[in-house]
Each structure stands twice: as C-alpha cells, then as structure tokens.
Design a protein around this ligand. Structure first.
Ligand SMILES: C[S@@+](CC[C@H](N)C(=O)[O-])C[C@H]1O[C@@H](n2cnc3c(N)ncnc32)[C@H](O)[C@@H]1O
Length: 342
C-alpha cells in the first residue's frame, strides 16, 4: 500500500471519504484534515493522479507527529538511513524526470528552511541520478507542516496549470464541478441539465461520468456558440434560453439539475425574485425524488426559498470560490405529488 496526501476545496471534508472509497480501491484513511486527506491505498499512482475532485496529490515518503519545525523534519530525514531507499522508490515509481527541488511550507505558506540542511538533503536525493533545479524542476519534494500537529515529507504527483490563465472569468474550476456532479448521486440513466451552463465546466465534468443525456442551457448566445464548438462530438445538447422559463422541458422529466446560477453580485438581478422563479421552475422539471445541486453565494435566501417551496435540503457545504463566500446545496424534490406552493 502506498501513502498519499491529497488536497481539496476546504469545507467539504465530510463528503470526501465516501467519494474517495467509491473512486479507488482499498482506501484506508489515516487523517482527514480541513481541505486535505492522508490515506493509504493499493491503487496505482495513475488512478490517484486522475481523481478529478482533488486539487493536488502527493506521494508520502515520511510523516512526523507534532514536529517542532520544518528544519527539524529535514534534519530527521538527513539522519534517517532508510529514507534514501524510500526516496529512490518514489522517484522510480513516478518516472517524472531528472531534476528536482525541495519546497518547504507551513500552514499553506511557503517558508524558507536552513540552507545547510537543504544542501545536505539535496545531496542525498542526488544519489538517485537527479539534479537540483530550483526554477523549473521535473520533480518537487515538499515538506509540509500543518496546524493539526502533523508534518509530511512527500513528492508531488499532480500540478494543474494556473487557472487564472486557462479559465474564463466566472468559469468554475473543474474540481468544484466534479464535486457538484458527485453530490448529485450520478447514475448511468440520468437525464441532467445545467440551466446556467456558462462556459460549460459542469456539463463537461458530468459528461465524463456515465449518463443518459446531458443538456446545457444559458441565456448568453455567445457562450452557447463557443460551448457548442468546445463540446462537439461529446453528445451534449446545448441551446440558448432564459432558464426562468424552461418551457422546452417537460414537467417531472429531469433526474438531476447541477448548476451555478448568477450569484447576484455582478449581474443586475433582483435575487429574491430571480431565485424564487428559478427554484419553482426547477421544481416543475425535476422528477419526484430528483436532485438539484446548486452553488451560490445566496446562502440565506436559498434555504429560505427552499423551505417556502417545500424542497428538502439534504446537504450544505460552506466553501470559498475565488475568495468569495458561497455554499453548495444539495436539494431533493419530494416524492409526494402534494407540492402546493403559496
Ligand atoms: C455563475 S455563471 C455560470 C458559470 C458556469 N458554471 C461556468 O463554469 O462557466 C451564471 C450563468 O448564468 C447565465 N444566465 C444569467 N441569467 C440567465 C437566465 N435568465 N437564463 C439562463 N442563463 C442565465 C449567465 O450568462 C452565466 O453564464
């Protein structure tokens, strides 16, 4: 079994163990932290690298209980005779390249470490035929000290591209979209809609999981035009419409709605009126028992309206999206036909 450390969006930790167990085999969770998980598994590295709801994953070489500081952790690694073998095994398995650097981080901030310790550990790592490159290395070794009294020495497995360069303004990060899709209890017979699909982050993520049909709708024709090109051949239906009136969609016909509606921050909308019309329309098109997952900054208004419309909130996760306070709501349309709304 290898040991791994993976990071995810802070605020959803209670949801992570279950989905991790569904994604890879033989998972043994060692520590569940705020926004990170330490676990063992016999799954191969490639399947860990491919988990889409993690921000980043690392292969763990050594853990430290209650370390005094990063320098102490590095010193222990220099003195530990067996760590040389652990490092060669990790480098060998990952096959990531010929250059490396050591990064030191405390409570999510990069910090500097004693240079003489770093030099010594670098020499030890170089015995594996890899060279130091502090600007653009193939391999990154990390020393991490967390506030939960744990220290970790590990090698980075994944590094996504800088999102500010690849994502459009307002486009969701794939990890958030992936979490939203998993929260909706995806099934292979699902008919899924995202009525505010924007640049398509959610529908593209959902298309990677077995489904029957996926529909993306947005009132912005330019976004729809671009998205049709981007998703060509993926079998996703995309069309422009005002989603406060989903008249093209029959009542009780949709299994899942997964969406990120306007938050009322940049757009000129009357949030109360908009959200009420939106939820009423969602309630109409969802089949009884159907699930709706919404990401919004309307953290008070959404539960207030759900209560009024008799939509059951089954889950709520408070998260930050690009530094803004938001919540993920998982709601379910009641099975009963008695859905009289005042
Ligand atoms: C928060 S953004 C969604 C971003 C999307 N999740 C993504 O990753 O690109 C909200 C979207 O709702 C669309 N929108 C606003 N009002 C709408 C309406 N009445 N009907 C349909 N779409 C609407 C906007 O054009 C925008 O793309």
């Amino acid at each position: 079994m290898g040991m791994y450390f993976s990071t995810f969006i802070s605020g959803i930790q209670e949801f992570i163990p279950g989905v991790l167990r569904k994604n890879i085999r033989d998972v043994k969770i060692t520590r569940l932290l705020d926004g990170a998980i330490l676990y063992q598994t016999s799954a191969n590295i490639e399947s860990i690298k491919n988990i889409r709801f993690f921000n980043n994953s690392f292969e763990v070489i050594k853990t430290f209980e209650d370390p005094r500081d990063i320098d102490d952790m590095i010193k222990e690694c220099i003195e530990d005779r067996s760590i040389g073998n652990e490092i060669s095994a990790t480098i060998g398995k990952s096959n990531q390249g010929k250059t490396f650097r050591i990064i030191t981080s405390k409570e999510n901030r990069l910090i500097s470490a004693d240079k003489k310790f770093i030099d010594k550990l670098e020499s030890k790592i170089m015995r594996n035929g890899v060279q130091v490159d502090r600007s653009g290395p193939d391999i990154e070794f990390w020393f991490l000290q967390r506030r939960e009294n744990i220290g970790i020495f590990m090698m980075r497995l994944t590094k996504h591209r800088a999102y500010e360069k690849v994502l459009q303004k307002g486009e969701l990060r794939p990890e958030i979209s992936s979490i939203m899709c998993l929260l909706s209890e995806p099934g292979r017979a699902d008919i899924v809609i995202d009525p505010f699909c924007g640049y398509g982050s959610i529908i593209i993520e959902r298309s990677k999981i077995p489904h029957h049909k996926i529909i993306g709708i947005d009132s912005d024709r330019k976004k729809i035009f671009d998205l049709k090109r981007k998703t060509k051949g993926k079998g996703i239906e995309i069309y422009p419409s005002n989603s406060l009136d989903l008249s093209r969609i029959k009542s009780d016909s949709i299994d899942k709605i997964i969406t990120d509606p306007p938050w009322g921050i940049y757009e000129k909308i009357n949030s109360k009126e908009f959200y009420e019309r939106m939820l009423k329309e969602f309630l109409r098109v969802l089949r009884p028992g159907g699930i709706c997952v919404i990401l919004t900054s309307q953290k008070e208004l959404t539960p207030e309206l759900a209560k009024k419309l008799k939509i059951k909130i089954e889950g709520r996760f408070d998260i930050l999206v690009s530094g803004k306070k938001a919540a993920l709501f998982k709601m379910r349309k009641p099975q009963t036909k008695d859905l009289r709304v005042n």
